[in-house]
Design a binder for this molecule. Structure first.
Ligand SMILES: [Zn+2]
Length: 202
């Protein structure tokens, strides 16, 4: 025990000597290193996309901004996206926030949704009322966006046509597409559901 303390004491003494030597050796340069650190540029680290984000998935209950840079928004048709952003700014000024629940989807993601719909609705025929195929979906081509919450859908149903944003299907009050002529003529009449849409017959 005492021997241990003695060794420890020697070690501390040796360290102290080294420290004082080192310290005195660098003393005259110590004032020269204070100019850095005043203009550090803070850049937000770019997080890589998750595999789901890359195919356009927006998780349930976690809608994203119309200004988001992830593929669900960034791969929308530029005219649709611009109209959506203009409308969102105007809505926001009125206290209504327009969010995106679904936008662009890759064919892979659309196939996944279709499989899930067939499982949920029991048949391909019934599923087709709700989910298009990768070749017919306006989401896959970047021409459709599902918005929320309900207040945003209400706002768009009233003001959307001024931006060319139109509800297309009576049974999907959240699904909007760009109909540029709507700014003059108003939105075209809706299909009761997607099975009435000629585009869905492939
Ligand atoms: Zn939709």
């Amino acid at each position: 025990m005492l021997a241990g303390l003695a060794i420890l004491g020697v070690a501390i003494a040796a360290f102290a000597v080294q420290w004082s030597l080192g310290s005195s050796g660098s003393e005259d340069t110590s004032g020269a290193s204070d100019a850095s650190g005043t203009s550090v540029e803070i850049t937000r680290p770019v997080r890589p996309l998750t595999s789901d984000e890359a195919i356009g998935v927006i998780p349930d209950g976690a809608p994203i901004s119309v200004f988001d840079r992830r593929p669900a928004v960034s791969r929308l048709d530029p005219d649709l996206r611009a109209a959506l952003r203009r409308a969102a700014k105007e809505a926001q000024a009125g206290g209504v926030r327009i969010r995106v629940n679904s936008g662009w989807r890759s064919p892979t993601y659309q196939r996944r949704l279709l499989r899930e719909a067939v499982a949920k609705y029991g048949s391909e025929r019934e599923a087709a009322r709700w989910v298009a195929t990768p070749t017919t979906s306006a989401h896959v081509s970047g021409d459709a966006v599902d918005i929320g919450p309900a207040a945003a859908a209400n706002w768009l149903s009233e003001h959307g046509s001024a931006y060319g944003l139109c509800q297309i299907y009576r049974n999907e009050p959240w699904h909007y597409e760009l109909r540029s002529e709507a700014t003059d003529d108003g939105c075209p009449s809706m299909y009761p559901d997607p099975t009435f849409d000629p585009r869905m017959r492939s």
